[in-house]
Design a binder for this molecule. Structure first.
Ligand code: SF4
Length: 330
């Protein structure tokens, strides 16, 4: 099939409940950014987003609970202890976390996620979730982005009131990170086997990743039953080993979003872009991220503010420009 024939096929296939093949995904990822075929790809993905979501968009609000050097030393992360970027330690207490959750809930965020470094106490987070649920009523969903765990812990987190988990097998896992990919996959399996929902983005995308690696992960997000897929760019943090490579272009990120939208179709109706751009939304993303607190893409703790000054108002403005309306519930 030519690229245009494949785009037309993918658009038709998007409601069939079947995924595109690895070869088809690689072919779509190989289209030159900013070409006429790239525009056709984005337009097809946006039409599929309209059909699958009714142009409903959602916000993802992350709260980095602990700002602390982390001994896992991932090659892209500012918190890696070995890079010597983060020396101070700062933890959000329950009062600050509850206040931030309330702010997100009032701003219409659907998915609120507490993120920690690898070794933060999971038991303490269980207590924190119970406190949040008691003190901040609302229709939002609450989740965690934490370290590795087994099925028993996954079931316990669900019983504490956790709705979803953000977890991923990252690009370059085991090479750019010190994690055994099998352990990351076993945590994904524990989430799949529990009542918890999974959110899994293809990340952190850099110029160093091949189309084949990106295609592997797009398929994996759907195979593990993610309710939200999508893509996050690697932000080059000076002083980290991968910080020497530039960030991928917005046009390339929009292409990865469009391909993910077409590849996953109705299997994963919500597709997230981080950092949020109007272009990626016009290429089919209907979810984007607001961050506060400790951010592994930055060298300081955004205490009180939002990372990159990207807040709920800005995200809603971009979604409106791309033809979506932001809602808090499905
Ligand atoms: S990405 Fe997570 S595990 Fe890796 S160094 Fe950063 S905080 Fe630690």
């Amino acid at each position: 099939m030519t690229n245009l024939e494949l785009i037309a096929y993918a658009e038709q296939n998007a409601q069939s409940g079947t995924l595109l093949t690895h070869d088809q995904i690689v072919q779509l990822l190989s289209i030159a950014p900013e070409s006429a075929e790239w525009s056709a790809l984005g337009a097809a993905a946006r039409r599929v987003a309209h059909t699958l979501t009714g142009d409903r968009a959602y916000l993802w609000g992350a709260i980095g609970v602990d700002f602390a050097p982390c001994s896992m030393n991932c090659d892209f992360c500012s918190l890696g202890e070995k890079w010597g970027i983060v020396r101070e330690t700062r933890s959000y207490d329950a009062r600050e976390t509850v206040a931030q959750v309330r702010e997100y809930a009032e701003a219409g965020v659907r998915w609120i996620v507490l993120r920690t470094t690898e070794f933060y106490s999971q038991d303490a987070l269980g207590d924190m979730i119970r406190t949040i649920r008691t003190e901040v009523p609302g229709d939002y969903e609450i989740g965690l982005n934490i370290g590795e765990f087994d099925l028993a812990k996954a079931n316990w987190l669900a019983a504490c009131g956790v709705d979803f988990i953000y977890h991923s097998l990252r690009l370059g896992e085991g090479k750019d990170t010190r994690f055994d990919p099998k352990v990351r996959l076993s945590t994904l399996q524990a989430v799949k086997d529990s009542p918890l929902k999974l959110v899994f983005l293809v990340e952190p995308v850099g110029i160093e990743h091949t189309n084949e690696e990106i295609a592997d992960l797009i398929l994996l997000t759907a195979q593990y039953g993610a309710i939200v897929s999508g893509s996050m760019a690697r932000i080059p943090v000076a002083g980290t080993p991968l910080g020497v490579h530039p960030q991928v272009s917005d046009a390339r990120m929009a292409q990865i979003i469009a391909v993910t939208r077409l590849a996953c179709g109705s299997c994963v109706p919500d597709i997230c872009i981080h950092p949020g751009t109007r272009l990626a939304m016009e290429f089919g993303a209907n979810v984007t991220v607001i961050e506060t607190g400790s951010v592994p893409r930055d060298t300081c703790c955004c205490s009180g503010g939002k990372w990159n000054q990207f807040d709920a108002a800005r995200a809603k403005e971009l979604f409106a420009q791309a033809g979506y309306t932001v809602h808090q519930t499905a």
